[in-house]
Design a protein around this ligand. Sequence first.
Ligand SMILES: CC(C)(COP(=O)(O)OP(=O)(O)OC[C@H]1O[C@@H](n2cnc3c(N)ncnc32)[C@H](O)[C@@H]1OP(=O)(O)O)[C@@H](O)C(=O)NCCC(=O)NCCS
Length: 186
Amino acid sequence: MTARGGFQLVRLGAAMHGSGHRRRARSRTIADLTRRTGYAVAMVLRPETASDTLAIRALVSAAFHDAPHATGTEADIVDTLRDDGALTISPVCTVADEVVGHVAFSPVVVGCAAEGWFGLGPVAVQPEYRGQGIGQRLIEAGLGSLRERGAGGCVVLGDPAYYRRFGFAADPAIVLAGVPLNTSSP
Ligand SMILES: CC(C)(COP(=O)(O)OP(=O)(O)OC[C@H]1O[C@@H](n2cnc3c(N)ncnc32)[C@H](O)[C@@H]1OP(=O)(O)O)[C@@H](O)C(=O)NCCC(=O)NCCS
């Protein structure tokens, strides 16, 4: 099934059911920070820069630390994509200059004909900043950039309950070897 804008969800693999977002760390809201510091604290979305590399690594490691579906390789994946020049779109979200969110988009080969397709992920938000729309803003910004580039489509390996809101839909025609397609929500 093709979704809005041609972007598609392939849910291949373990559900993220019961993952980190339910076991939320002590929440830190932008409004709290503003109140505590007396300064207007803003959430800033921008492309990563060279000086963000270590902060992104720490963020991704922390975000996936307790996630049951984590492989422990997520931070390495981001570094490898960057080293290979394949981190095509890599926005970060900062709050008070701290990197609290990141998402990676990199080129993927889908079938033999598709050109200009990208894979979304990993996406990571610092546990104490979850549930404030940071993940959503990062993903929407990345998808917007893909559309501007005229991308053919985007695939993601993840939970439909989360990714459906961005217009992704399962497509039985797109599978990843060794991973079952599961289109239902947990
Ligand atoms: C997934 C993640 C990036 C979401 O970041 P976030 O900033 O909290 O997301 P948002 O604030 O934009 O969205 C929150 C919403 O997503 C839902 N959500 C978050 N993770 C979810 C999941 N795994 N399954 C289903 N829904 C999920 C929340 O319940 C919330 O729902 P609501 O809007 O109805 O209240 C963050 O939880 C995270 O870093 N998790 C650990 C790493 C991970 O699992 N990454 C995704 C796999 S690559």
